[in-house]
Design a protein around this ligand. Structure first.
Ligand code: AMP
Ligand code: ZN
Length: 673
């Protein structure tokens, strides 16, 4: 029986899933930069569907299961689709495919097996094309299925889309725009050379290329099109899906030749099996198979759910894994000296790209898995960008990989602090890798955000011995920059100005930028709340620091160590000398009504978070970045994150922005809490 607790638990999970899916829709569709793999996305989606099936009360109209994902970005004109574009339901196992078929069959009173078309699911972006009397009038992206982006100009340079059909038909055509894998790899190589970002996969490259506001940029990219749907109001033009595909081909479209008309579900599964390996022999990325009822009259009879046709379904290929040889282990040294092992692999095709490097976790894990150089290892695409090494072939034992003892860059001994799995280069003062890493991080977006000062510039500055730490950036002159190759006066000016403009950071930014071990932005923020100046932190004790909610022993120790180190003190003194001083975060208190109360803020509020933080501090309260039993209130805006969850679990009072205002107001009136 369903208990109320189960329901509440389900409701909580459903809310989280919705947020996660929405967030990833945005990353995927609007920014063309996914944060999770398609497989992980589908898992979230399926879990949400399952819960909604179980608890239909939880279905809301804004649920991602009720609509098609993409959003429209600014810049293109909206286009209202003539016929709605749907998504596809999908499964990742044959049992679900059989169930789909059984459900479909029940709707019809037929004796024989149903005729189905199995085709490849091309991993690109769907587009709708509108032809009038055989002339291409409009090309549009799917958008939310009802309204898309008008990309007619961009469409015109895509191979496989005729501007004029071989017959003067009124026709709506749909298909997938994609970039061949070989062109995607070439584009990425060029982008790397030019210092531009790499695309994560061919689909993102296609999306990024197609949705260019400047259509001439699109025209330079190698985009192709496979047509897979035709819609016509003329009767008798075609009666089945396979006839439509044949017509599309005749009219001049590229149609993927690898489709098959079959009877019943068994041959469908056979095709899925064949293509789960055969797909790697194609120069385009596929993420599954699409199964459609061939007879259009039957399609119409079945119709659609709010999101997808009932007459079609997709089979998604499992996440991709492949065996290859571990040729070497590269040690990469981070800004705090942390040594990360990177697997160098015999190049191998994985998920549509060639993989040469993969993550190897840490040295303990390498030994636990008994992985050694020369082993054949299984790699898996986890996050789309960096694949991971999962295991070695069980039967192949090449002994234990000897954990390195010396830094590959400066040859200093590596040390492993107690209670940590990570190895560090012990030479924090002079290790060139650490020095460079620290300077790059100082200038990075996360820290001081100095425009233009990236890897290449830092490398050149170090090479010419113009700097030896990040404080030195502030003594550089325009002339110094002009000494570097390829830097013209204009960019030298820009670099100089950007550096000078960064002299009064917030305390949080400043602390973050120092590259103190275990002190990221969040922790830096907690410390900045309590210690408004560098001088006050310098004299803080470990005991005082650990009293701050959210600061553990490790972080506290690391701060103490940092400010004890002479080299660091020299750098801090230099910064002061060059006029780099944090603004300080001290807020003037105007009352004590929030005294002893700790607030945690999550989600998007009507004003920047800082305003709320300031208000809380003004009223004598504290702001912390993580929820614990000590938290008095969680102020939750829209799309709250995991902190909201934690608060519900711990029974912490959750305030909406309105609650907060009332509380602050009431307390102001009563002057008492
Ligand atoms: P999904 O994005 O997972 O909901 O899957 C639906 C999408 O699959 C459609 O919007 C198309 O972009 C894409 N797709 C790729 N190949 C095909 C195909 N052969 N038939 C239908 N849709 C396809
Ligand atoms: Zn070193």
């Amino acid at each position: 029986m369903m208990g109320i607790m189960d329901f509440i638990e389900a409701q909580r999970r459903v809310n989280i899933l919705k947020e996660l899916i929405k967030e990833n829709n945005e990353a995927y569709y609007v920014n063309d930069a996914p944060k999770i793999t398609d497989f992980e996305y589908d898992e979230l989606f399926r879990e949400l569907k399952r819960l909604e099936n179980e608890y239909p009360l939880l279905i809301t109209p804004d649920s991602p299961t009720q609509k098609v994902g993409d959003k429209i970005s600014d810049g293109f004109k909206e286009y209202k689709h003539k016929y709605r574009l749907y998504s596809l339901d999908n499964s990742n196992n044959y049992e679900d495919l059989r169930k789909w078929y059984e459900r479909v069959i029940k709707e019809f009173t037929i004796q024989n097996e149903l005729e189905l078309v199995v085709e490849l699911k091309i991993d690109g972006l769907s587009c709708a094309l509108s032809y009038e009397k055989g002339i291409l009038k409009i090309g549009a992206t799917r958008g939310n299925g009802i309204v898309g982006e008008n990309i007619t100009d961009n469409i015109k340079s895509i191979k496989g889309i005729p501007q004029k059909l071989s017959k003067p038909l009124n026709l709506e055509v749909r298909g997938e725009v994609y970039m061949p894998i070989s062109s995607f790899e070439k584009l990425n190589e060029e982008n790397i050379k030019r210092g531009l970002r790499e695309f994560a996969n061919p689909r993102n490259a296609a999306a990024g290329s197609l949705r260019q506001l400047d259509a001439t940029v699109t025209a330079k990219r190698d985009l192709h099109f496979f047509a897979y749907t035709a819609i016509s109001e003329e009767e008798n033009l075609f009666k089945t899906h396979s006839e439509a595909l044949a017509l599309l081909k005749e009219l001049g479209f590229n149609v993927n030749p690898n489709y098959k008309v079959v009877k019943g579900i068994n041959p469908v599964i056979e095709q899925c099996e064949i293509w789960s390996t055969e797909r790697f022999n194609q120069d385009y990325a596929t993420d599954g198979m699409v199964i459609k009822i061939n007879d259009l009259a039957k399609q119409n009879e079945l119709g659609y759910t709010s999101r997808a046709p009932k007459w079609a379904t997709a089979f998604k290929f499992p996440p991709e894994e492949v065996w290859t040889r571990l040729e070497g282990i590269e040690l990469s040294i981070g800004k705090t000296g942390a040594v990360t092992p990177v697997a160098l692999l015999t190049p191998v095709q994985l998920a549509g790209t060639i993989v040469k490097r993969a993550s190897l976790h840490n040295f303990d894990e390498i030994n636990r898995l008994r992985i050694n150089i020369g082993n054949e290892v299984l790699i898996k695409k986890a996050a789309e960008i960096i694949p991971k090494v999962i295991k070695k072939r069980e039967e192949e034992d090449l002994g234990i990989y000897e954990t390195p003892k010396y830094c590959p860059v400066c040859n200093s001994p590596l040390i492993k602090p107690e209670g940590e799995v990570v190895l560090y280069c012990s030479n924090s003062k002079d290790c060139p890798a650490q020095i460079q890493g620290k300077i790059e991080f100082w200038a990075s977006k996360e820290a001081m955000d100095i425009d233009g000062v990236g890897e290449t510039i830092v490398e050149k500055l170090l090479e010419k011995k113009l700097i030896s730490d990040f404080a030195d950036l502030y003594k550089l002159t325009v002339e110094d920059f002009m000494q570097l190759d390829l830097i013209k006066e204009k960019s030298a000016d820009n670099l100089y100005n950007a550096i000078q403009a960064s002299k009064t950071p917030s305390m949080t930014k400043f602390l973050t930028a120092l590259s103190i071990k275990h002190i990221g932005k969040e922790t830096a923020d907690l410390i900045a709340n309590e210690y408004p100046t560098i001088d006050t932190i310098k004299t803080a004790t470990e005991e005082e620091l650990t009293k701050i909610d959210g600061i553990g022993e490790k972080a506290a120790k690391s701060i103490i160590d940092f400010f004890k180190d002479e080299n660091n003190i020299t750098i801090l003194n230099k910064l002061q000398e060059y006029g780099v001083t944090p603004k300080g975060s001290a807020v003037e208190k105007i009352s004590n009504i929030f005294e002893g109360k700790t607030f945690v803020i999550t989600g998007t509020l009507s004003q920047p978070r800082n305003n709320f933080e300031e208000k809380i501090k003004q009223l004598g309260g504290k702001v912390s970045s993580s929820v614990s039993k000590k938290t008095s209130y969680v102020l939750a805006g829209e799309n709250p994150g995991s902190k909201f969850d934690k608060a519900t679990q711990l029974g912490v009072i959750i305030l909406t922005e309105r609650d907060f205002d009332l509380l602050a107001q009431r307390n102001n009136d009563e002057k008492k809490f």
